[in-house]
Design a protein around this ligand. Structure first.
Ligand code: ZN
Length: 59
């Protein structure tokens, strides 16, 4: 996947990077970025499987 300003994920290595500036953002935005990057451990694309993980944990 393409790294974003706020976070990125290397699923092959099981590593998630988060921008430390996230700590100044609202907690729900931070939660979303963390969930987004963790979901990339399941799917490296924004496909149906990826969206299902987001919907399950942050409907
Ligand atoms: Zn993504």
């Amino acid at each position: 996947m393409t790294p974003s300003k706020w976070g990125s994920c290397n699923a092959a290595k099981g590593i998630v990077w988060l921008n430390t500036e996230l700590s100044a953002k609202p907690i729900n935005a931070t939660d979303y970025v963390i969930l987004h990057e963790l979901a990339h451990l399941i799917s490296d694309r924004h496909d149906d499987q990826f969206v299902a993980v987001l919907n399950q944990h942050m409907p």
